[in-house]
Design a protein around this ligand. Structure first.
Ligand code: FEO
Length: 407
């Protein structure tokens, strides 16, 4: 665990977690940090509690002691969000100290009870405050459905620090630089993508609520954004707020000026057309990401498609339907409510078509509203004429996606 001072009386404990499936699903390639914050006035509060993914709270207690905070001196345990990556140590803490108060929203209180049997809770609502003494005053600001219905911001008035929980968070381990002003250009690029991965894998389903949370953040005077995952923004907190707004637009079809190819092929026929389309993209000088669906994690495919203004789906018919792994990732993009993308599909068929029918069903069932260029299907291997149609489709995609391109 890494221990850092954020401001006078405010400390951070951060832990890298790797080799896990986040939420039991997401194979996150570069890990994630779990951040906890301590605010000290005359009273002491801890905001979210980082424990080992194996649920060992002693690591947290030891870290607190090493930074001069006796765990038994903690008066308030502020649960910005009940998901166990933020709150999983409550029951254990009750065993070592009995007289502390959990502070959370009413929705979190129900889950704190149902998950941990904990009922000594102080429920807060919008604008409620807690004076810790020595000038440290916390205020509470619910941001429902970021990412569960229970979530809230905690804001410290003296230092103008926003403890934003999952909001403004990012995946990605941190090895040295915990503050935005310390990042190298390579680290900035790394965390830009890890922020997109986090938003698209975990948060995008709740985009309308995230927009409201962006607006709520904009009503507060903020000097520092201190999220539950990822680095602390003290030089330019506005940047991550603006980034989250931009990500919310990706969820509705906007994207970077790049194309993601999600492709699968049974015997190399569709792959021939993929290679051809790749050549067109190279010739046109457009950035592209080529992801073979059977080889990539869902986490990577969702994040990459999410940030792209244009999507190419390349997949054959398989047993009267769309090649199953491609159907699965499209369904997942639909479940995540990633809507409005500009897209183009091509693919091979052998003894029967059917892929196109299922593609349309997936798009419709999930209300994805993707804007498709007319698909190209070919029997067996693509012939010269088929490849010309693929080229025309790719060029149309590049033209059409211009309307959706953002930074
Ligand atoms: Fe960081 Fe919604 O958990």
């Amino acid at each position: 665990m890494k221990k850092l001072k954020i401001a006078d009386g405010i400390y951070m404990i951060s832990m890298n977690v790797e080799d896990i499936l986040f939420e039991g699903i997401w194979d996150i390639a570069n890990g994630v940090t779990l951040n906890s914050y301590i605010v000290q006035g005359e009273k002491t509060a801890i905001i979210d509690g980082v424990i080992g993914w194996d649920g060992v709270p002693e690591t947290l207690y030891k870290s607190l002691e090493e930074m001069g905070v006796d765990p038994k001196s903690i008066d308030y345990l502020i649960v910005n969000h009940m998901e166990p990556d933020h709150s999983g140590w409550i029951s254990n803490f009750r065993r070592i100290k009995d007289d502390f108060t959990v502070i959370c929203t009413d929705k979190a209180a129900r889950m704190v009870m149902s998950f941990y049997g904990e009922d000594r809770v102080m429920v807060v609502k919008e604008g409620d405050t807690l004076d810790l003494g020595k000038g440290k005053v916390l205020s509470f600001h619910p941001v429902p459905n970021v990412h569960w219905p229970d979530t809230m911001y905690t804001y410290e008035r003296d230092t103008k620090t926003l403890f934003s929980c999952d909001m403004f968070g990012a995946f990605g381990r941190i090895t040295g630089h915990f503050f935005d002003d310390e990042l190298t250009p390579e680290e900035k690029e790394f965390f830009e993508f890890e922020g997109i991965r986090y938003y698209s894998n975990v948060m995008t389903t709740f985009t309308p609520s995230l927009r409201k949370a962006v607006e709520k953040a904009r009503t507060l005077e903020i000097k520092t954004v201190a999220p539950g995952h990822g680095q602390v923004y003290r030089k330019n907190p506005q940047k991550i707020i603006d980034d989250y707004y931009r990500f919310s637009r990706y969820a509705e079809g906007a994207g970077k000026n790049e194309v993601t190819i999600l492709w699968g092929s049974m015997y190399g026929m569709t792959e021939k057309a993929v290679d051809y389309a790749e050549g067109i993209l190279q010739r046109e000088g457009i950035k592209y990401n080529k992801l073979e669906v059977t080889q990539e994690s869902e986490s990577e495919m969702i994040a990459t498609a999410f940030k792209s203004a244009g999507i190419i789906i390349a997949a054959p018919t398989y047993e009267y339907k769309l090649f199953p792994p491609v159907a699965a990732i499209l369904n997942e993009l639909g479940r995540k409510r990633i809507t409005g993308k500009t897209a183009f599909r091509f693919g091979s068929y052998g003894w029967s078509g059917g892929a196109e029918k299922e593609l349309k069903q997936i798009i419709e069932r999930n209300n994805m509203k993707w804007d498709f260029i007319e698909s190209v299907e070919f029997e067996g291997a693509p012939k010269e004429d088929d490849l010309k149609k693929v080229e025309a489709g790719v060029l149309k995609l590049l033209e059409k996606m211009k309307e959706k391109v953002t930074e």
